[in-house]
Design a protein around this ligand. Structure first.
Ligand code: HEM
Length: 213
């Protein structure tokens, strides 16, 4: 699915940093697409109990990751503006709409602070990129389950019609590290680790649920 032609992200000439990150993380993206909480999310028969678990997992992930991003941007002079991109509030809206209260994770997410722009680019690549597939998911949740931005699917609605421009603005920023070998390696490592963190937290959530059965 990541290689589809003529999709939002392919309309402009592909940047080298994006190609690098896409190549480095492809296996993790594929793995996530097959995760029990995500598999079939665009299908009619997707179980909304899994959607609830997904929102819980994402709540923990975005709380931790956005705190790292906002911390870094508060400490370093950086032209990237994350203010209009914060997504934790969207997840809180969805959980509140569904009357769901987020339980504790059995493992806490003690993530190391971001130290370089390369690491920032790597983390942002994963969470900004997820808004692309999010558009497809948003349409499916609406079509098959009647969920909208106001009724439990604010997170996946994301930037809505501004998705392509928000993505392009991120890529323009990410391109500032193109050609800098050290920053590119840092971005690659951070992107892989972030994808792996998504897989771990989703797994952890599934296991925790089984343990409670
Ligand atoms: C079943 C769930 C998912 C589906 C169906 C899906 C689907 C897609 C699709 C179709 C694209 C290409 C969109 C475009 O180019 O316009 C895409 C891109 C992307 N997705 Fe996903 N995705 C899913 C989950 C995720 C998750 C959970 C993450 C990360 C947490 C993620 C990260 C990314 C990234 C980084 C890209 C950009 C790849 C690039 O550079 O081209 N996706 N996804």
């Amino acid at each position: 699915m990541v290689n589809e032609q003529n999709t939002i992200a392919n309309k402009k000439e592909i940047s080298s940093i994006r190609m690098l990150l896409r190549h480095a993380t492809l296996q993790y993206h594929v793995q996530l697409n097959h995760h029990p909480l995500l598999v079939g999310i665009t299908q009619t028969n997707y179980n909304l109990a899994n959607y609830h678990k997904l929102l819980f997992s994402y709540f923990h992930l975005y709380k931790a990751l956005e705190s790292l991003i906002n911390d870094f941007l508060g400490r370093q002079h950086c032209v990237f503006d994350y203010d209009k991109r914060n997504k934790l509030a969207w997840l809180i809206d969805d959980l509140a709409y569904m009357h769901l209260e987020s339980p504790q994770l059995s493992c806490s997410l003690n993530l190391s602070a971001l130290k370089t722009v390369g690491q920032l680019v790597g983390v942002l690549y994963v969470i900004e990129g997820s808004t692309l597939g999010g558009q497809m998911i948003s349409r499916s949740l609406n079509e098959h389950h009647g969920l909208t931005r106001k009724t439990g699917a604010r997170f996946f609605f994301g930037y809505g019609e501004n998705t392509a421009i928000m993505w392009q603005n991120f890529i323009d920023f990410a391109d500032c590290i193109s050609g800098d070998e050290i920053q590119c390696r840092a971005a690659e490592n951070a992107a892989c680790q972030t994808f792996q963190l998504f897989n771990q937290v989703l797994d952890n959530y599934v296991q925790q649920e089984h343990a409670a059965d």
